[in-house]
Design a protein around this ligand. Structure first.
Ligand code: GLA
Length: 381
């Protein structure tokens, strides 16, 4: 990847420039909790975005994507938004940096990525974080790391139409090799947890299914949560986010909100607690409990939050049948991967069965990714 980026950069822009990188992410547990002020438990992974960037002394950005094999130029004013959706991520990062008082002027850049698209591994956060980090570095803006993550999140909100939480951008900025990070999305307190379970492996099985309209369905889930939260707040004014609510308080408003919103909120309140239970279990090396919580999350995401699909439910059931310790749909849902915590000795049998049986049923093979927890945004020497 580095040679490709380097060669293209030299062809288009000549000498100079610096390499920057950032990562995709996994999430052990804590799904759809971030925008509800709850906990998440992600980590950056060893695939991401690599960019070579050079300040060009003009007011224009010259950008080439290796993966889309496309060149785009844009200015830095609000009305200069490029029509290509891949380029609007970079444009959004420039605009959000400027809105925060940061300096951004013209630059030349070539980038490539190896985060599988649509797999729920946050290729878009990797792209945003790479550029947020790089612009901060190149223009010496002194913006802190949380704000860099928020630049990525606001890019999604204001330029890409997804009202996402902070998890993906946080993980891809703060990621640290070998560690998962528990983040309290309300207070932004976080803690690194070294993650090296002896005798187990984490493996992702990618259904390679991507559902259309995932972003509007995502925004709809968020609206349901906010609606349930507002109803609870009438009785309990201290409830700022849904994660502050007790299960009993949700029951009190059951007949005041649509059943659908009730089910979404029921899932979220359970999930917030499961993240804490998983962290406790990890401190005791109790992987059986971690895995059981993952199965509970899958059930909730499938039946209450309704962001799973036939292919992911199939993979989850298959994992149970093969005595995989934990398995669940990962990320926003509507397609993508399951994340599986598997004992070493069961790994080969499970992965072979998953690939064969999935292909026999759905007519295409799933992809298998072994997880390596890695560093987040950085400048490369
Ligand atoms: C997507 C969003 C995140 C988070 C997850 C679900 O990845 O970008 O903010 O809400 O879905 O946990």
């Amino acid at each position: 990847m580095k040679t490709k980026v380097q060669d293209k950069f030299t062809t288009l822009f000549g000498e100079g420039g610096q390499f920057f990188a950032s990562a995709g992410r996994i999430n052990l547990i804590g799904e759809h909790t971030d925008y509800n002020g709850g906990y998440v438990f992600p980590g950056a992974i060893d695939c991401g975005i690599l960019a070579k960037i050079k300040v060009n002394g003009t007011k224009k950005v010259h950008l080439f994507s290796i993966d889309f094999d496309e060149y785009v130029e844009f200015g830095l004013a609000e009305e200069d938004k490029p029509s290509q959706s891949w380029a609007s991520y970079v444009f959004g990062v420039c605009r959000e940096t400027i809105k925060r008082g940061g300096k951004v002027e013209g630059f030349d850049a070539v980038f490539a990525g190896d985060v599988p698209l649509g797999a729920g591994l946050s290729s878009s956060a990797a792209l945003e974080s790479t550029f947020a980090f790089a612009l901060n570095y190149l223009f010496n803006n002194g913006i802190d790391k949380f704000e860099l993550a928020k630049i990525g999140q606001s890019t999604e909100h204001n330029y890409c139409g997804v009202k996402c939480g902070i998890m993906d951008q946080f993980a891809s900025i703060f990621g640290k090799q070998g560690s998962l990070i528990r983040l309290n999305c309300k207070t932004l307190e976080y803690k690194y947890f070294p993650f090296n379970p002896k005798g187990y492996r984490l493996v992702l099985i990618d259904s390679c299914v991507k559902h259309e309209l995932a972003s509007s369905a995502y925004n709809k889930r968020r609206a349901s949560c906010e609606n349930a939260c507002a109803a609870i707040r009438k009785n309990h004014p201290e409830v700022e986010f849904l994660s502050d609510a007790k299960r009993l308080w949700l029951d009190e408003v059951r007949d005041q909100i649509p059943e659908e919103d009730f089910l979404r909120a029921e899932y979220v309140i359970g999930e917030v607690q499961r993240v804490l239970d998983v962290c406790d279990a990890l401190e005791r090396d109790d992987y059986e409990t971690v895995g059981e919580m993952m199965y509970q999350t899958h059930f909730g995401l499938s039946r209450l939050y309704e962001v799973s699909c036939e292919e992911l439910d199939f993979l989850n059931k298959l994992a149970r049948k093969h005595e995989v310790t934990g398995s669940r749909v990962m990320g926003g849902g509507f397609g993508g991967c399951t994340i599986n915590l598997v004992k070493d000795e069961l790994y080969d049998e499970f992965v072979t069965a998953a690939v064969e049986q999935f292909e026999a049923k759905f007519g295409h093979a799933p992809k298998v990714y072994n997880v390596v927890i890695s560093d987040g945004a950085r400048v490369l020497e």
